[in-house]
Design a protein around this ligand. Structure first.
Ligand SMILES: Nc1ncnc2c1ncn2[C@@H]1O[C@H](COP(=O)(O)OP(=O)(O)OP(=O)(O)O)[C@@H](O)[C@H]1O
Ligand SMILES: [Mg+2]
Length: 316
């Protein structure tokens, strides 16, 4: 069995939801409720689920931008919290991010070449000439012409800016890229080009991706395996076809079969909200719910070596 590059074990993350006048937290929001997953070398793990289900929180925890209250993240089998000095630096280089909006992640006062080699400049003592030639190589990797080197972000299109963000992420030769909605701010035609670029780079460098997206076609096109999240739980996990065609969780079914725009079925009444205060978080919206679901601990069941589903329907 291959060793996972990244492993997330039983991670729980709370955010303060409401404070009193002294600033004391009165109510907490559970953004992640015991999430576990593995990312293997060279694979793309897609993450889907509606807004607020915890996708970005998961990405931030893997990037060490947020700390979980419980559980742990392992990098090459070593606990992230315990990595020190050179090992931590190695992890920071190996795990890079690409976010949704290149507009806000790129400093408007820096030229394209400075943007792509910023990380190199910080980590290595390189001359301007060396940085420039590395920038040129990086732009080539993301299929941008050399003319772009001296341009500022506002002189570039959305797709070009996202290519710059990807080149920046590649500069330190990472093994894993956490891509959080990297195509969501782009036109549909440009989205396809960026997905193709991700696929090209994955093959070239044997990269692993944690690929978060609202767009199911994009996730289906790029992912080897997929996890489906609902209210901070992973409700289904499997190989691409196990999730997109052989799905077994009622929420996955709803997500995949719902026509874009007809989000009526996603609304939950206050009564349903209260009912599912314990047990399965999907109880209030589930057409197949049973009494037992109210006390279900969300421990997943295995349908195959790779396919896991957190639903009592599949228990028998
Ligand atoms: N810094 C924060 N402080 C308080 N609550 C937060 C914070 N970040 C996220 N949350 C809450 O945690 C939950 C999960 O948020 P998260 O951003 O991970 O969702 P998401 O799945 O990425 O959603 P989207 O698809 O809209 O990007 C949401 O209810 C969100 O409001
Ligand atoms: Mg998000």
């Amino acid at each position: 069995m291959r060793e996972p590059l990244i492993e997330v074990r039983e991670v729980k993350k709370l955010y303060p939801l409401r404070r009193d006048f002294l600033g004391r937290v009165k109510e907490w929001l559970s953004a992640l409720n015991g999430v576990s997953l593995s990312v293997y070398p060279g694979e793309c793990l897609g993450v889907i689920g509606e807004s607020g289900c915890g996708k970005s929180t998961l990405g931030k925890i893997i990037l060490d931008l947020e700390r979980p209250e419980e559980g742990k993240v392992l990098f090459r089998g070593k606990e992230l919290r315990k990595l020190k000095g050179r090992d931590y630096k190695e992890y920071r280089k190996s795990v890079q991010a690409v976010f949704q909006n290149p507009q806000s992640s790129l400093n408007p006062r820096m030229r394209a070449w400075e943007l792509v080699v910023e990380g190199l400049k910080i980590n290595y003592a390189l001359s301007k000439g060396e940085l420039l030639s590395r920038a040129e190589e990086l732009l080539k990797l993301v299929n941008l012409p050399v003319e772009v080197l001296n341009k500022y972000p506002h002189q570039l299109s959305g797709g070009q800016k996202q290519r710059i963000a990807i080149a920046r992420a590649l500069a330190l030769k990472p093994e894993v890229i956490v891509a959080d909605e990297p195509t969501s701010a782009l036109d549909v035609s440009v989205q396809a080009q960026i997905v193709n670029l991700f696929l090209e780079l994955q093959e070239k460098f044997n990269l692993s991706y944690l690929f978060i997206s609202h767009s199911l076609p994009v996730v289906e096109a790029i992912s080897d395996r997929v996890i489906v999240m609902y209210k901070g739980y992973v409700v289904e996990e499997g190989k691409n076809e196990e999730v997109f065609t052989e799905f077994a969780h009622p929420y996955t079914k709803l997500l995949i079969s719902s026509v874009p725009g007809s989000s009526v079925s996603f609304k939950e009444t206050r009564e349903q909200e209260i009912k599912k205060a314990q047990g399965c978080p999907f109880y209030g919206r589930c057409p197949y719910r049973k009494r037992e679901c109210l006390s279900y601990d969300m421990k997943p069941f295995k349908l195959s070596d790779t396919h896991k589903v957190a639903c009592l329907l599949v228990a028998s």
